[in-house]
Design a protein around this ligand. Structure first.
Ligand code: GLY
Length: 580
């Protein structure tokens, strides 16, 4: 009785305020960056400059995305890369959308139990450190696939700024130096990585110059010969040689066979906004849509940002959706992903009906029968003068990936193999407990959370958004969307606002400091939620977003502000939105 009474009340309130603008939740952030013709938002200001220059010279958003991808590999080595993998969501000016998967593939010699010992126990560090953790990298193939089909400029022109930054070096600002913090020991273990990313064994300091001569040479050969330089030439040879010498299993065939996949993005509608995001092998788009569908039944705008009722609904939606994430999804070439079911509004209603409005759910009770990430990813958002929008999230997985560089290449390699289920039921780098659908197999791609997302309204681009954050990528991206659509924040406030995260297991609500007031915490605790400040994640993922037509819904409703409004998360020391 109480449940249905509250649901009726919520529904009545939702109807009552359904057409009203969301309440303004002033989150006190800097103003978004405003521009009329193009916007590039990345985690490193020099890469944002590179992207905006491409747009100014007449390149489109895809051209800029390729140039930024290469530039970040130089100026943001903690996550920007050509030795990792990623996804690109594109919305063209005519409303068509597509999705490119250039994530890592497992080497042909990979096996399901490769990170377990004879007793079936996980061997600590094997899936995260050194060459055995490395998946076959995809960005060079992915960027060229995007450029050759959807770009307009020659590859040489788009790589040139990255080559210059690598060859001549760039001066490290505080935000850059911070990305090296705590990485010395790890980088010191690999002489080739230490040679480049440490200064005589010590961390870089403010004002130091980072020069990457080997990376400049690798980039130059890609500029000359195209992706074959990476997948069929000297670069692949050097990586395979180093891998063989240091316990890895990468082969020349792994590189020769690498293929980009062009996939249909996941689509859903939230309160009249059309969401386009990442399909499997990412869980991101599916789970964002599943959570949004569940939350659509709650009047979040009326209940208010950070209220116990809003937070309870969010946590329960996350709890249920992450069960699906961690048990049902995997590489679409290997697993039949129930995308249609998970993004169906009727399925969302079934979940809503199971959510007790007064009590926290119990994660253990949701475990399916038989069920036995790092923040160091980076996202960038771009929109051009014609309205083409591109969202890219790419990653080395852990900070500086596996912490290894094949001698002579200057290319940091990923530890993406840790995103597989190394053992069903055992937590990975991000504490994610996953199942068989994401088990390791040769050529398979590990399940990702990366969620490059583009939102449109009435057939026009509205928002470009995404974030790093490992398992938190989904909830960070989701919360930025809710903050704009339900809570009326401007794009900068929306990416800056403190966040919450629940991922089914462990059965805990993680929050950033100050995300919830003591009163709200008491209410949530009385409902049975176990909430704690996430001590292991002092800096959660740094979102980068663009809002079109105004900095917030209120400004758009008043007749609009600047055409493009860019926001680099204030958590990013070195990031910047740049427009023109
Ligand atoms: N490595 C983070 C992710 O792909 O989700």
């Amino acid at each position: 009785m109480r449940n249905s009474a509250l649901k009726s009340l919520s529904f009545a309130l939702f109807i009552a305020c359904g057409t009203a603008l969301p309440q303004i939740a002033a989150a006190a952030s800097p103003e978004p960056v405003k521009a009329e013709r193009g916007m590039v938002v990345t985690a490193q200001h020099l890469a944002s400059d590179v992207g905006v220059e491409v747009l100014k010279k007449g390149g489109n958003a895809v051209d800029a995305a390729v140039a930024v991808g290469y530039a970040l590999a130089v100026v943001y080595p903690t996550a920007g890369n050509i030795g990792g993998g990623g996804f690109m969501t594109i919305r063209f000016k005519d409303g068509r959308t597509t999705f490119l998967d250039f994530r890592e593939r497992a080497p042909l010699a990979a096996t399901k139990t490769m990170y377990q010992d004879d007793k079936g126990d996980l061997v600590k560090g094997l899936s995260t450190n050194g060459y055995l953790a490395v998946g076959v990298p995809g960005p060079v193939a992915g960027f060229e696939f995007a450029r050759s089909r959807y770009g307009t400029r020659p590859l040489k022109e788009l790589i040139e700024p990255a080559i210059t930054l690598a060859r001549e070096g760039f001066q490290l600002e505080q935000g850059d130096v911070d990305t090296f913090d705590g990485r010395t020991e790890r980088l010191a273990k690999d002489p080739a990585a230490a040679e480049i990313f440490l200064k005589a064994g010590k961390p870089f300091e403010l004002g130091d110059k980072l020069i990457q001569a080997d990376l400049a040479a690798s980039l130059s050969s890609i500029a000359e010969k195209g992706p074959d330089a990476f997948y069929k030439g000297a670069i692949a040879d050097a990586i395979v040689k180093a891998s063989a010498e240091k316990g890895g299993i990468l082969s020349k065939k792994d590189f020769e066979q690498y293929q980009v996949r062009e996939l249909e993005p996941v689509k859903c509608n939230y309160r009249g906004y059309d969401i386009v995001s990442s399909p499997p092998p990412s869980s991101g788009g599916v789970i964002i849509c599943e959570i949004l569908n569940i939350l659509e039944g709650y009047p979040l705008s009326y209940l208010g940002y950070g209220s116990a009722e809003t937070v309870h609904a969010m946590i329960e939606a996350m709890r249920h959706a992450y069960v699906d994430r961690n048990t049902a999804l995997g590489d679409p070439d290997f697993v039949d992903n129930p995308v249609a079911k998970l993004t169906d509004k009727a399925y969302a209603k079934e979940i809503r009906d199971k959510i007790d409005p007064f009590r926290a759910g119990v994660s253990e009770a949701l475990k399916p029968e038989g069920f036995g990430e790092s923040k160091e990813t980076t996202h960038y958002s771009i929109i051009d003068d014609e309205g083409n929008a591109v969202a890219v999230t790419y990653t080395l997985n852990g900070s500086f990936g596996a912490g290894v560089v094949a001698p002579g290449t200057g290319i940091l390699l990923n530890n993406e193999m840790d995103d597989f289920t190394a053992k069903p039921g055992a937590p990975n780098l991000y504490g994610l407990v996953q199942g068989e659908a994401n088990a390791i197999a040769p050529r398979k791609t590990p399940l990702s959370s990366m969620s490059p997302t583009i939102i449109s309204k009435d057939g026009k681009p509205f928002m470009v958004i995404g974030s790093p954050g490992g398992a938190r990528i989904i909830t960070i991206t989701l919360e930025a969307i809710l903050n704009v659509i339900d809570h009326g924040m401007n794009i900068q406030e929306a990416v800056d606002a403190p966040r919450l995260h629940h991922q089914w297991l462990p059965d805990k609500v993680f929050m950033e400091p100050y995300a919830l007031s003591p009163d709200t915490l008491k209410l949530l605790s009385a409902m049975g939620h176990d909430v704690e400040i996430d001590k292991n994640w002092t800096i959660w993922g740094q979102a980068t977003g663009i809002l079109v037509g105004g900095e917030s819904l209120a400004e758009i409703a008043e007749g609009g502000g600047a055409r493009y409004n860019g926001a680099a998360d204030s958590r990013i020391g070195a990031g910047a939105a740049r427009g023109y």
